[in-house]
Design a protein around this ligand. Structure first.
Ligand SMILES: *Cc1c(COP(=O)(O)O)cnc(C)c1O
Length: 449
């Protein structure tokens, strides 16, 4: 809740002026300030005065998609065929055999867990540094979410700590490609194989990210994508499941369609579990997605290029450590641009003060995720009467103890995020982000007074 609120407030307070997608020539001299302008907080001019690329980006193709769907009178997936077309195109774009459009990223995860008949007594391994939806889909099934600590260097689940978290009850390992950067899939897939545990990828932030040249969402039994308005592919609210397993995608279809297969599948009743909901995507959303997809690959290239540039430039600033990529990462989706901030290189200035000063330079930023394992969600789940009935008081107490994540506690204090649309700017925009941070560092003592 808190993170979602932060994200919303972040978006509201961001000035969304138009910007160019073209790369401007760069005049910055690496390692030094371009000028001796003071930070905005101390009366200087903003390092980034003109605002970033606005989001969403749309035009005539989106307008046509919506109006055309309206005029057909076929507005739902059971009426028209735009959703089926979207699914074919999305599967092609990701290099998977099957895709299923659903009403949200949460719905994608929930449908997959429903198709697997997850339930009370089962355990699901998830990273602690993630959006709360990853956790919620587990507790909706009265299953136990088991947190694995973060790799502070990459912000991802620490794959080396997954194996010790496995028990005889572990049914699913659900890595998240946080920020749109792939988690360590080699290690995770090997663990899944060794222990015969299903891997479901939460790729909700990772459209077109690649691991060893193949798109994420194609490695696990299934992948979940979100098309919520902040995400790199946007239709207001929406999601998709990707899979190379036809039986699995059919079970997902049935689950998301009230447990009914219809034309798509012979599974008459909601997968294994005889359960189902309505989480269907509408034709309007699918039309919008097809239009937005025509922009996605170029946008992804620009984000990746700008992020690589920032990675290099910001690494040269003492006290700023961009999220590292695993060796297997061949493309980052950069839903978030994440780095760690060390106050000791900024005259002891707290992260909160740093975030304020950076925002005042015209660079919107936030602190990112906290320690979900210590949140109210977790505290209240340990006291939830249904959980106490299913697992017992002792097991719920032990669960709280199992959830210690000391590395993530550090990460939660050090993280700084920039958002994906900022990476759609020019090289000059990137230089000004770097300039803003250098200014703050140079004047840290005065700023920290
Ligand atoms: C956005 C997101 C979700 C949920 O997607 P919605 O479309 O908002 O339901 C799940 N997991 C992660 C990591 C996300 O970022």
């Amino acid at each position: 809740m808190e993170n979602k609120m932060n994200r919303r407030r972040f978006l509201e307070t961001t000035s969304l002026l138009g910007g160019s997608l073209l790369f401007a020539p760069s005049f910055s001299i690496a390692g030094s300030l371009k000028s001796d302008v003071k930070p905005a907080r101390l009366g200087g001019a903003k390092a980034h005065p003109k605002g970033f690329q606005s989001w969403p980006i749309y035009g005539r193709s989106e307008e046509l998609a919506l109006v055309n769907t309206l005029k057909t009178g076929k507005w739902g997936r059971l009426d028209g065929n735009t959703t089926a077309t979207f699914e074919t195109e999305y599967a092609r774009m990701l290099g998977v055999k099957h895709s299923l459009g659903v009403s949200s990223g949460t719905a994608a995860l929930y449908s997959m867990l429903g198709a697997l008949n997850l339930g009370p007594g089962d355990e699901v391994i998830i990273p602690v540094y993630t959006f709360v939806a990853t956790y919620n889909v587990v507790t909706l099934n009265y299953a136990l979410p088991v947190f694995v600590d973060s790799d502070i260097e990459t912000f991802q689940i620490d794959a080396r700590k997954i194996e010790p978290a496995i028990t005889s009850q572990t049914k699913v390992i659900m890595p998240v490609h946080i920020g749109g950067l792939p988690a360590d899939l080699d290690t995770i897939l090997n663990i899944g194989k060794k222990h015969n545990i299903t891997i479901i990828e939460d790729a909700c932030q990772a459209h077109l990210a690649e691991w060893r040249g193949k798109k994420v969402g194609s490695y696990g039994l299934g992948g979940a994508f979100s098309f919520q308005s902040s995400k790199n592919l946007n239709c207001a609210e929406g999601g998709a499941i990707t899979s190379n397993n036809e039986e699995f995608i059919q079970r997902c279809y049935a689950f998301h369609n009230q447990g009914q297969g219809g034309a798509r599948t012979s599974f008459a009743v909601g997968g294994e579990g005889t359960r189902g909901v309505n989480m269907r995507l509408t034709e309007f959303q699918s039309g919008l997605l097809l239009a937005q997809m025509s922009r996605l690959e170029e946008q992804a290239r620009i984000r990746d290029k700008n992020a690589s540039y920032l990675n290099k430039a910001l690494s040269e600033i003492p006290g700023i450590t961009p999220a590292k990529l695993y060796d297997g990462v061949t493309m980052g989706a950069y839903h978030l641009y994440m780095f760690r901030y060390d106050p000791s290189h900024f005259a002891g200035m707290s992260r909160e003060k740093f975030l304020e000063a950076l925002s005042e330079e015209g660079v919107p930023c936030s602190a990112g995720y906290g320690s979900m394992n210590k949140s109210e969600y977790v505290q209240k789940l340990a006291a939830n009467k249904h959980y106490l009935k299913i697992y017992g008081e002792k097991a719920m107490k032990e669960w709280l103890e199992r959830n210690e994540c000391p590395q993530n506690d550090k990460l939660a204090e050090q993280g700084v995020w920039l958002l994906q649309y900022m990476l759609l700017g020019s090289r000059e925009d990137m230089d000004q982000i770097v300039e803003a941070i250098r200014k703050i560092q140079k004047y840290a003592k005065q700023l920290n007074k």
